[in-house]
Design a binder for this molecule. Sequence first.
Ligand SMILES: [Zn+2]
Length: 239
Amino acid sequence: MREDVATDRILIVGVGGLGVPALWSLARAGARRLTIVDPDPVEVSNLARQVIYRDRDIGKSKVDAASRWLGERFPGVKVEAHAVALDASNAARFVAAHDFVIDATDSPAAKFLINDTCIAARTPFVYGGVVRMTGQAMTVIPTETACIRCVFETPPDEEEIQSCREAGIVGPVAGAIGEMQAGEAMRASRAQKPLLSGKILTYDASGTGRVRITGVSPRPGCGCGASKLGHHESDSQGK
Ligand SMILES: [Zn+2]
C-alpha cells in the first residue's frame, strides 16, 4: 500500500484560499507534476489574500493565471490547467490520472465528491476546510484510515461557509492549512507516511493560535472500507 503513493502526480481541486498557498508550497518543495482544476475567474476580492494573482488577471481564469505565475517562477514544474468545476461527470477521470489529491475547495458538495471518488479509486487525498477562524486538515488513505464521511456524517452548513467567504478573515488560517496540505502531498510523493493520516489537525486562530491533532477512528457503517481494518494510531504497519 505504501508503495502505491510513491509517485508524484498531484491534483489540486480549487485555487483559492487553500489552493494558492498549497500550490506555492508544492512548487517550492520541488513538486514536478501538478494539475489544477477551478472554474472561477480571478476577482478583485481575491487579490489581497490570494497573493499570486495580479490586477491584470482579473476576469481571467484562476487556473490560467496560476499556471502562468508558476511557469515564470518555477519553470521546472509541469502544470496542467483545467478551467472547469470538478463534478460527477469528470471526477473519476481526474482522480484516476493522479496519485494524490488536494481538496482545496470551499464547497461541501465538492468535498464529499472528492472523498467518495478517491475512496472508490483508492487514491489518497488530504481534506482541508476553514470555517470562521478555525481550519482543519486530514489525510485519508482509502481502506486504511477514516474518511470524511467517518468524521462528518453530513456536509457542513453551506450558509456558514458562505458567511466565512464574505467575512474575509480566513486568509491566514487558509494559508496555514493549504501549506499543511502541500506537506502531506509531498510526503506521500516521497513514499513517506502522511502526518495526518487517521488524524485531524485543527488550527484555531481565534484565541492563541492553538493547533490540536486528534486521532480519528473509522466509523462503523460508513461504507468506506476502513472500519474493518481498525485504526492504527501509530505507524505499526510492517513492524
Ligand atoms: Zn468512512
